[in-house]
Design a protein around this ligand. Structure first.
Ligand SMILES: C[S@@+](CC[C@H](N)C(=O)[O-])C[C@H]1O[C@@H](n2cnc3c(N)ncnc32)[C@H](O)[C@@H]1O
Length: 280
């Protein structure tokens, strides 16, 4: 300390000697804490530290939320759902929601929510909902949204655990939806399992009921056989027609790049097939 010239500088260093600098690691976050050696300040710093910890909203790590890929849509999943759409609390799902606003975009089988988050950015004035059946995956998306909301993002995006094959009537009114997405759905390859597919003639009638006239339905997959099957079923349905163009710039690109499954396909170097239809 003798080689320090300025008295100010010397005082600063002497003062800092009263503090112990520690670096804490908590669930992936490093927090620096300076603890004073005097008892009073130590208490103060401990309190500040607790406050800092409370304010850290952690982004979930996917490796803690892995779950077996396929959930049986016909089994009882102990799901909770409103008795009818009027009982769905928009205020619980979306902070500061405008009175009378309804969900207008649904990502069915949203998986880990990459596309759902993208939707909320692309359509900030609309309310977007991801429906996902797997518990841990829903919990991941929920925590992802909480972390984003702490930064003021994804206020119009939400996820719920539900079986979209059974409970759409509990959530939506006739003609309420503007867009429905079925991206990289489970292929259910075996013929006797085709009835578990999320696109069937019967379910399409339901989707047509919830979509407003002119509303859009999007499908995407990396499985050519499933793509041919889905497009054949939709082409044959009287309530849908192929849309010549997608009216939303960048949407098709997002479908093929921002879902977790689409990224997996990119890593493996597979093909991706997308089709979109208009509700007549
Ligand atoms: C292959 S993943 C695709 C996930 C996401 N769309 C993506 O592209 O990354 C299919 C998802 O649909 C979910 N799923 C399957 N059947 C469902 C149903 N009946 N209702 C809600 N989600 C369902 C699965 O749990 C799974 O997460």
């Amino acid at each position: 300390m003798d080689n320090i010239q300025s008295p100010d500088e010397k005082q600063k260093i002497e003062e800092s000697a009263h503090f112990v600098h520690i670096r804490l690691r908590s669930r992936g976050h490093f927090i620096r804490v300076w603890l004073c050696t005097c008892l009073l300040c130590r208490r103060l710093w401990a309190r500040v530290y607790v406050l800092v910890m409370e304010n850290v909203v952690k982004f979930p790590q996917k490796r803690y939320f892995r779950q077996r890929a396929h959930a049986n849509p016909f089994s009882d999943h102990n799901l909770e759902y409103p008795i009818d759409p009027s009982k769905l609390s928009m205020h619980e799902l979306y902070p500061n929601v405008e009175e009378g606003k309804k969900i207008s975009i649904v990502d069915v089988g949203c998986g880990y929510g990459g596309f759902l988050v993208r939707l909320s950015q692309m359509f900030p004035e609309k309310y977007c909902l991801g429906m996902e059946i797997r518990t841990k995956v829903v919990e991941y998306v929920r925590q992802r949204i909480v972390a984003l909301r702490a930064k003021g993002e994804c206020l119009n995006g939400q996820v719920i655990r539900s079986n979209a094959m059974k409970f759409l009537p509990n959530f939506f009114d006739k003609g309420q939806l503007e867009m429905m997405f079925f991206l990289f759905p489970d292929p259910h390859f075996k013929r006797k399992k085709h009835k578990a597919r999320i696109i069937t003639a019967q379910l399409l009638t339901e989707y047509a009921y919830f979509l407003a006239p002119g509303g859009m339905l999007f499908v995407a997959t990396d499985v050519k056989e499933l793509f041919d099957y889905m497009t054949a079923v939709i082409d044959a349905h009287s309530m849908f027609e192929k849309a010549p163009d997608c009216p939303f710039p960048g949407l098709i690109e997002s479908i093929t790049t921002s879902t977790e499954e689409s990224m997996k396909v990119d890593r493996k170097g597979g093909d991706k097939f997308v089709a979109f239809y208009k509700r007549k």
